[in-house]
Write a protein that binds this ligand. Sequence first.
Ligand code: PLP
Length: 377
Amino acid sequence: MTTQRIRDFLATRRPDGPCLVVDLDVISDNFHAFRHAMPDSAIYYAVKANPAPEVLKLLAGLGSNFDCASVAEIEMALEAGATAARISYGNTIKKERDVARAHALGVSLFAVDSHEEVEKISRAAPGARVFCRVLTDGEGAEWPLSRKFGCVPQMAVDVLVYAHQLGLQSYGVSFHVGSQMTKVDAWDSALADAKRVFVSLAKQGIHLQMVNMGGGFPTKYLRDVPSAEAYGKSIYQALRTHFGNQIPQTIIEPGRGMVGNAGVIKAEVVLISKKSDNDDARWVFLDIGKFGGLAETMDEAIRYPIRTEHDGDEMEPCVIAGPTCDSADVLYEKNLYPLPISLSIGDEVLIEGTGAYTTTYSAVAFNGFEPLKAYVI
Ligand SMILES: *Cc1c(COP(=O)(O)O)cnc(C)c1O
């Protein structure tokens, strides 16, 4: 969504080169929508989605907590005004010395998904609270997180028993249903798994207190997505189904859903050409591509809305590619992207829904192209 504030900024500042403009008012609206839709869940913003200091500061001021994946992200959240008590170290893959540094900074909530990680935490952050991540199938997510994180529920039981034995506080269960999850009922089966872990541990005298329901809340790209409200209703229903009237503390960790629609990338058409005289599709080369911040176009997973000044004109399907000399730097080719026939070299385009997972994915200087500039307004 290109807000009037973003339009005004671009019109008056006329920044050169590709850049992201983020409207803080949209993030504030998103925060309140989550707060309202899930009033009983604590919000832990997933810092990696957009760690701009202004974004973190806004969210810290609104009362958000923070899901961090590294010591650097923890320091950014602290810098923005969050206390250590409001930070979760949610990465299941941590160096022991980073656990120690987080512990020294006062962080006391850690994710694990293995016995090996529990051992590190028991040594480097004795007495800390840990939650174990369980695998989900990612079915229905447009950017699934695969099998990299989490373990099967039966192993989660063993991991949490082990944590208890090593003097840690076995605190809860986490999962992530997959990013850009467009099915509102995707949390149901993961909550059923979480409940089974709670029951198994209770039988051994260990009483878990928290379910971390992760991120996955979508942002609008080309297709409409259900509202935060719809997710809230469906998730609450699933909590009632599986936990009855003993619903534990819950956490949500929105990243994309918090900042995605707040950002717009301004880019420029560098070249429009064909590969042969009878080529069906024109190739449109932009001054931003996979290495400039649009990495989520990998496998054409995320299809961003692209606005031009000629949107009322007749359209034709195009290949869209980035400016670097890497042949992987093609955004859309398997599924051609309709753009106006009147679009020409030098025109500006607006790539919407780019507030999440763009600046952080931008390369430092591939082919000498600068990293993606961001303006937060
Ligand atoms: C990336 C991540 C999130 C945010 O996911 P979104 O799909 O962007 O909401 C939340 N929790 C964890 C542990 C993550 O790694």
